[in-house]
Design a protein around this ligand. Structure first.
Ligand code: PLP
Length: 387
């Protein structure tokens, strides 16, 4: 726990803590093992799978940013979710959103089929469906808000209250907003997970993850399991991620400012049909987002009018939006979920999840916002001219 504000925690964690040479920036400890001072005397760090000073600093920063008792940094976001699953047993039920991240869906579904636990996927924006699922006494309620790629929003505090009443844990995947814009533990959740690959590292050059626990006892259990199953992150990636984290708050502000500009442009672009963004008053989650988020973030999705040929021409005309998966880096990206991130889903399953054939997701980067809008405009103009 820290009494400092988010940006201060992100910038200052570990600064001037080097007692050997008084380096301002903490050093990177690559050593896998550490000397025992004496026979029978176990040092703070003995073997890097269980603990490493560089990873510890990142864990401290992330635990403080999320206001948790402790954090376990893992080798990727999926490893973080998998680590959390170490706490559930075969008779336990997990309730997860029907439109959760594809890798999360695959993990829950595959482990459940192996008998590790039971899982039920529910449309959590449908309160009757959610209440019916909660009536089955789940052990863990999994939330992802805003969701990918349609940015659906659920009321974290409200669901936590209902879960608490039946003794269920709530875990929130906070990847889309980062702790700079949403702090689920403060809304009543027990665990927060991030793919630090995205906004937290922010530079698209390391894969990593974290689980933060609200309670010290559950953190200790996660730490034990992290070492047991070998899910922990390595020193170099931890160093890189801590370096990226230092600018998180400043980056998130600019992601949001650039997104707002792009949103204004898309609202009046005649080739755009539906826009999915919680900042829009017409978005069903707008009021909840305003209540529980301190910003709308850097992601938005929209449907392009037309068919496959318009889609192809639009994507090939963009110069500042790279056609790639992932999100949250300094560079702007465009993703076609149907053929990229969500391609494992059948056409029917995609339609059921509300993914239109011409749905595009933008991760708005930190380029100049006028350049980003101009790039979108020239690509839309190319499509217009072709018609
Ligand atoms: C990317 C992502 C993950 C998985 O993280 P990896 O670092 O790729 O393993 C989980 N949840 C969300 C919302 C993501 O965007």
């Amino acid at each position: 726990m820290s009494d400092k504000k988010s940006a201060t925690i992100a910038v200052r964690t570990g600064i001037t803590t080097d007692s050997q040479h008084h380096a301002v920036v903490p050093p990177l400890y690559l050593s896998t093992n550490y000397e025992f001072p004496e026979f029978g005397e176990v040092p703070t760090y003995d073997y890097a799978r269980g603990g490493n000073p560089t990873r510890s600093l990142l864990e401290k920063a992330l635990a403080d940013l999320e206001n948790g008792a402790g954090a376990v940094v893992t080798n990727c976001g999926m490893a973080a979710i998998n680590l959390l699953l170490s706490l559930v047993s075969p008779d336990d039920l997990i309730i997860a959103p029907h439109d959760c991240y594809g890798g999360t869906y695959r993990l829950f579904d595959s482990r459940a089929k192996k008998g590790a636990f039971k899982v039920e996927f529910v449309d959590q924006t449908d309160s009757a469906a959610l209440d019916a699922a909660l009536a089955k006494n789940p052990k863990l309620v999994w939330l992802e808000t805003p969701s990918n790629p349609l940015l659906r929003v659920v009321d974290v505090a409200d669901i936590c209250k209902k879960a608490k009443a039946i003794g269920a844990w709530v875990g929130v995947d906070n990847t889309f907003l980062s702790p700079a814009l949403q702090q689920p533990l403060n809304l009543g959740a027990d665990f927060v997970v991030h793919s630090t690959t995205k906004f937290i590292n922010g530079h698209s050059d390391t894969v990593g993850g974290v689980v933060v626990a609200k309670e010290a006892e559950l953190y200790e259990e996660l730490k034990w399991w992290g070492n047991c199953i070998g899910a922990t992150g390595n020193a170099f990636d931890s160093y890189m991620t801590l370096r990226g984290l230092r600018t998180l708050n400043a980056r998130m502000r600019q992601h949001e400012e650039n997104s707002a500009e792009v949103l204004e442009y898309l609202k009046q672009e005649s080739l755009v049909s539906t826009i999915y963004h919680p900042a829009l008053p017409t978005h069903p989650g707008h009021e909840i987002a305003k209540k529980q988020q301190s910003g709308f973030g850097g992601m938005l999705s929209f449907e392009l009018k037309g068919g496959e040929s318009e889609l192809k021409l639009f994507l090939s005309s963009l110069k500042l939006f790279t056609l790639a998966e992932s999100l949250g880096g300094v560079e702007s990206l465009v993703t076609h979920p149907g053929s990229m991130t969500h391609r494992a889903m059948s056409d029917e399953a995609q339609a059921e999840a509300g993914l239109a054939a011409t749905l595009l997701r933008l991760s708005i980067g930190l380029e100049d916002k006028a350049d980003l809008v101009a790039d979108l405009k020239q690509a839309f103009d190319k499509v217009r001219e072709s018609q």
